[in-house]
Design a protein. Sequence first.
Length: 326
Amino acid sequence: MTMKKYLSTTKANSRRTSSRRPVYVAIGLFATGLLFFWLLPQALGLVASTIFAPYNYVESWFINSSAALPSYFRDRDSLINKQLELEHELASKQNLEDRVSVLEKENSLMQSLQSDEDRIVTTVVMRPSYLPYDVLLIGEGKESGVQVGAPVYVGGDQPVGFVVAAYKNMSLVILATSPGYESTVYIFGPDIYTTAIGEGGGVLRVSVPQGIPLEVGNEVVIPAFESGVFGSVSYIESVPSEPEQHGYVSMDIPLSSIRYVAVGREVMTPISFSEAKEVVSHIRQELLTVPVPEGVLIDRPTSTATTTVATSTEQAEVSDTTNAEE
C-alpha cells in the first residue's frame, strides 16, 4: 500500500516537472538574449576601439604633431584648399566680367539701333531653331507702327529681312537666307551682280561663272534694302569641270545671337537698276570711310614747303651768328 502511494506520488511530480520544463527553457532563452544584447554593444565597442586605435592615433598625430612629415601634409592640404578657393573666386569674377561684357555689348547695340528715328527698335521673341525657315518673331506690331514690307536690320545698319505679317503687338519677319528665297546681290571684289538663293541657317548661296575671281571675304550687298552690307563670302565651292562656282555668304551676326532688331518705318518698294547702282556706289563710299570721333586730332605730315621754310630760317640764323662773331 505504501509502495503504491509512493509510486503514484512520484509519477505526479514527474508530470508536473515535465509540464514546467518549456517555461524554464523559455525563461532561460529570454535571459540569455537580454544578456547577449546588453553585452553585444560593449563587446563591439571594445573590438572597434581595439581595431581603430592605431588609425585614431595616426590621425591625431597628423593633426596635432609638429613633426616635419605631418606639418608637410597639413601645409599641402591647406595650400590645395586655398588654391581651390582662389579658383572658385576667379571663376566667379570671370563670370561677372563676362556678364558685364555681354551687357555692355547689348547696350552698345541698343544705342546703335536707336540712333535712327526712322526705325522701331524691338526684341526678338523667337528665332530659329524654334521657328523654321529662317523666320523671326519680334515683339512689336501694328500698334507701334510696324508695317508689312518694312525692312529689318540688326547691328546698326545690317539688313537681314523684311516684315511679312504684322499683328497687334507682334510681327513675323522673313530673312533673306530663308531656304529657296531669291534676291539680287552685288559682290564687291569681282564687282558683279548675281542672284543669291537662301540656304537656311543664315547663309546665302551665290553662283558666278568659272574664272571670275571670287574670294573668301568678298562683301555682299542686297541693293533692294538700300542700306548696308548683308555679309561676306565665307566659303567657296569650285569644281573645274562645272561651269559655275558657288560662294556661301554668312551674316556678320549669327542667327542665335540676334536679340534685338530695328524695323524701318517705311515700306520697301521695288527699285530700278539705276537706283540699285546708286545704292552700291553709296555703300562703296561708306566702306572707304572711317568715322573719327570728335576732338581727336588727325596727324598731318610735314609738307615740303614747311621743311623748306624751316631750313631757310636755320640758315639765316647761322649767317647772323657768324656775322656777329666777326
